[in-house]
Design a protein. Sequence first.
Length: 535
Amino acid sequence: MDNDDIFEEDFDEGMYLEILRDNPPLKRYVSRGDTPDDVDISGPHEDADAAISRVIRFTKSDGTPRFLPVLGSAGMGKTHLFWVTKDREEYMTPGPFLTVYVPSPPSPIRVPLHFYACLVDEAGDNIFKTTARMLLEKFGEKKGVFRQHYDFTDVMNEAAREYPGLAADVVKVILRYELDEKKRPLARRWLLADALSDEELDELDVRTILEEDDIVIIAFKLLAEGSERPLVLFVDEMEGPYNTHGEEGERQFLEVIKRLYNECQNLVLIASCLSEIWARVYDIADAPMKSRMETPVQLRHFTRDDVEEFVKETMIRYWEEQNIDSPTEGIFPMNAEDIDAAFKASNGVPREAIRQVITRLDSILFGTKAEPELPVQDDYVVKLTANVVVGAIIKGLKLAATSKGVEVNLHVASGNVGKQATAIVVVKQGDTEHFIGIDVPNVKDWNRSGGVGAYYSAKRLKDLIASGDCEKAIMAVPEETSGAKFESLSEELGEDLFTLLLDEESATALVKITNMDQLTPNLEKFFSHIVDKLF
């Protein structure tokens, strides 16, 4: 008699079922970009793995950027593919790289800043250090006999020849970060695109903040150049701007992708897209954009064996966490018939297969009738970039306007970089149209003052009203925002400006609730008041 036979004879099914009831496995069936997945079944994404490995290898070899679309219907594992790629950063054949999750931008406004914020959040201070070392190796010369050091002014003068104009500010702050210990915390805040005051900008001796597209692209380009690893940006649901704002919104988003591709090196862009939407997104792209795309790769469905393997791997991990020997039957407490039923009901869609497995487990463990629907699990990752908050404000205005029979649509002024920093929406009732500017300063911490960024945000809105591009303006700023210039400009705009005061909690709530197509009573009142003032 072998050990398995002995184990089967001693198997206490009741005890195992009691453990499962106390702490059931499989609580989640939706992948999220901020929560790693526990189990991976490689078959459905093998083709994507090979394509990703290939483009990273090529970029690592020649520094040239690559753009790879990954296609799949809802629930096919597009977000899960990010975690698969992330887990292989250190040992995938091309060698080490850095994978950055970029949630779908809800609007085409200030997209470079959205990408940049995701990069620095993931890369951390290390990318500032490697970029500084790159600059020092290119332009620095150590001085001194006993304690060798770099002279900031000498290095900056040399670097400014290759990085003039706006780029000089980025280089200056990176060098301050590395060489000036006293100013390092302030330089770090600038590089993190945090809100700074006029006095703090003077201390760094720079004229700009990381907000407008041009300066953000320059900073992104420099960090990509200075990174020791290829940067792999995983853009989840690239069709987001199309779904929210139609063809014009997606066209503006693709222009940003193209600009990153054209101006950066050491960069791989992986963009997931719904298969059903891809043809329309591809048709929107211009010829140069299409020529830069790799052949799209498709995720495949689960097979019946994939479902069984998923259950086995899940249960192996579960029993290890419980510190107890696994049952001989790897899919216990399920059986082959349960696997067959889950696979058939799912039509091979991974997310649905996992949902079906959870439902059947509940039925086995608690004797409940299998429900056709589990509670909806949110897969939206909230990242409070200006792009995301602007998108939430547009959505909130739309929700309030719809109940009054008023249309709200994004109106993008093509070709003007300054106007791309600010959203302009057209609010229409019958034949009457009004244009509203919407702007949000880039804020790292919504519990602190918006700093000089809030002033620039208000100034952009004032300029748009003065030029006739819009009649009214909406601005969201942190509750703690102050400053004589900002307050003076806000007073000057008077009734033409509607200001939404937020902190970290309320800003997050705004994004979450509008993503669910809902408004709180206070938000309903705020946005309805704006619509009522127009008509």
